[in-house]
Design a protein around this ligand. Sequence first.
Ligand code: BDP
Length: 696
Amino acid sequence: QSGYGLWLGVKPASGERSASYKKQLSALLFPVTNEMDSIAKQELLSALNGLIGHTPKQVDAIQEEGTILIGTPSTLPHLAREAVAAHLPLMGTEGYGIYSITVLEKPATVILANTTNGILYGTYAFIGLLQRNEDISSLAITSQPKVELRLLNHWDNLDRTVERGYAGFSLWDWHRLPGYRDPRYTDYARANASIGINGTVLNNVNANALMLTTAYLEKAAALADVFRPYGIRVYLSARFSAPVELGGLENADPLNPAVQRWWADKVAEIYGHIPDFGGFLVKANSEGQPGPQNYGRSHADGANLLADVLKPHGGVVMWRAFVYEDTEPEDRAKQAYNEFKPLGGTFRDNVIIQVKNGPIDFQPREPFHPLFGAMPRSQLMTEFQITQEYLGFATHLVYLGTLFSETLQADTYADGPGSTVARIVDGSLNGQAITAIAGVANTGTAINWTGHPFAQANWYAYGRLAWDPDLDAAGIAEEWLRLTFGNDASFINALLPIMMRSRETTVNYMTPLGLHHLMGWDHHFGPGPWIRDKPRADWTSVYYHNASKDGIGFDRTATGSNALSQYSSEVRALFENPQTCPDEYLLWFHHLPWDFRMKSDETLWEALCRHYYNGVEEVAAMQTVWEAQRGKVNDTIFREVTDLLAMQHKEAKLWRDACVLYFQQFSDMPIPEGLEPPEHPLEYYEQLKFHFVPGI
Ligand code: BDP
C-alpha cells in the first residue's frame, strides 16, 4: 500500500499465464555456491510464490519438462556443452542470458552467466518478465551492461540531512552504525541490484573530512558488508583538505610528499576496513570546496595524487568537472571546458572525469555539456541528477527517463555523426578503459523511498539507462508502470503518455524556450526570475535570462560569450542561427527581441506565454487522466498522487503567473487574448517567502 516495495512487488499472474508458468516452471535446478546465489534463489522462489502461489520443486538433475536451470559453466558444467553456451563471451562479468532450450529432449528455461553477479542480474530480469506476465516459451535474451561502474551518488550529510534531498532524511543511520544494521539497507541494496546499480557513494560531495576517520570507516564498512552480496561496492566522497583537518599537516598540496604519504596510509586503512572499496568521488575548487588550486596546482595534480594511492588497491577516482573559478566568468557555461580541456590526456588511467549532463546545473533542459567529445584522451562519465532539485522537488510528477535519454542520445559529432554522449559514456567512441555513470540519488527515509510515488520511476530509469544508455525511455517507463502497478492495459495506456510528456510539461511552466536558472534563491523552490544582487552574478536569475526592453536570452554565439565555440562545427551549425535553432534551446544560445518571429509565426513574447500557459494546462490534463484511474491503484497511492498533482498544478500556475508578469515588464506586450490573466500583481509573487524549504 505504501509503495515501500518499489517495482519489486509481485501480484498474482493472470489466470492463463499462471497456468502456463506453473507448467513451465515446475522444477528448479540452481546449485547455490555463495550468498549472492542464495539471494537470487530466494528472490525467484518468493516471486513465484506471489505470482503463481507455488514454488517449483528443487532438483539436482533434469527429470521433467518445465525445469528452470540457473547457473554458470562451473556450477552447471553440462550447460557448457549446450548451444547457448556460445553466448557466454557476450555476457562478460556481469551479463546474463535467458533462453528457452531443450535439454534431454525436455523443454527447459535456462539463466546462464559467467559469474554469480550475472546470475543475480539474470534472475531479477527473469522475475521482471514474469511480473509483466510475458510469454516465456521462446526466450532468447543476452544482456551485458554497456557501462562498467553504475553508481548512485548520495548527497547525504553525516547529520542525516540530505543536500537537495526531498524524501526525508538520509537512509544511513550513522549514529547506530556499525552496531545496528537497519534491514532497510538490505532493501536498498536489493532495489539497486534489481536494476543493475553496482556502486554507491555514501556521502555528500560537499564532504565532511570526518567521513575518513576510523569511526566512520567502520560504519561505512558495515554498509559495505550488507551491500556486497548484492554486487554493490561502496565509494566515498573525499574532502581534499583532509590531510590538514584530520592529519594535522600544514597543507594539502598534492605535490607535498607528506600529503602523498597521508593519503597512501589513509587509503590502506580504508581497504583494511572495506577490501573491495571502489574509490573516491571528489568535488574540488568548486563552491568553496578545497582543492589543488589552493596550492597553485591543477585538477590533474589533485586527481592523480589520489589515483596513485588507490591504484595498487584497484580503486578509481571520479573527479568532478563541476567547478567554479574564484573570479566571475563572462559565462559560467564555459568554465568546466576552459579548465578541463587543456588537461586532456594528463590524468592517470584510474581517473574518470565526472561531468554533469549540461554545462550549467541540472536545469529542466540544457544542451549537452561541451566537454563530451572534447577530451578524447581522458576518461569521462556523465552525472545526472535523479533528485529533482530544479524540477519541483518530490512534489511534481516529472519522469526523467526522457531527460536522461535526451543527453545520452545527443550527438557531439566529435568523431563524425553518431558520436553520441552514450558512446562516450559506454567507452565505444574513444575506447576508454573504465566506463562509468553517476546519478544523484532521490532516496531518503520516506516510506516510499522517493517522496513522490512516480519519482521511483526516475531511480528505476536511471538504473536501466546505466545498464544500457541506448534503451528507449518509453520502454523503460512502461516496464516500470507494469512492475509497479500491474498489467492493466487501460491504466498503462493512460499513464504512459503522461509520464513521457511530463518533463516537457515542467519545462513549459518553468523554463521554456531554453530559459534556465530562474528558480528561487538558494533553495531553488518556485519561480525567482527577479533574483539579482547576490555575491556572484552567476548565482542570479537576471544573469541568465538577460531580460530587458530589447529582448531576452543569453547570447552564447560569436556576438556574445561564444560558448557555442566549445562545440563541434556541426553542433554549432545547429544552434547558431536563431532562425533554425530548435525552439528548445533558443534562449539558451540567443538574445532576441520580443517581437522575434518564431517558426510558428508567433512573436517570441506570444510563444513564451503560450508555453507557460500550456504547461499549466497539461498539468490539469494529467489530473483528469489520474482521476479516471480511481480504483485501479490502491487508495493510499491514488490519494497521494491526486494531492501531489493538485499541488503541482498550483505551483505550475505560480511559475506561470510570476514569470509572465515579470517578463511582461520588459516586453510591454499584452498577454495574448483568451489566456486567463494572472491572479495577482507581480509584487505579490516577488514578496512570497518560503521558509525552511527542504534540501539545503
Ligand atoms: C548544485 C546544488 C548544490 C551542489 C552542487 C554540486 O545546488 O547543492 O552541491 O550542485 O553538484 O546543483 O556540487
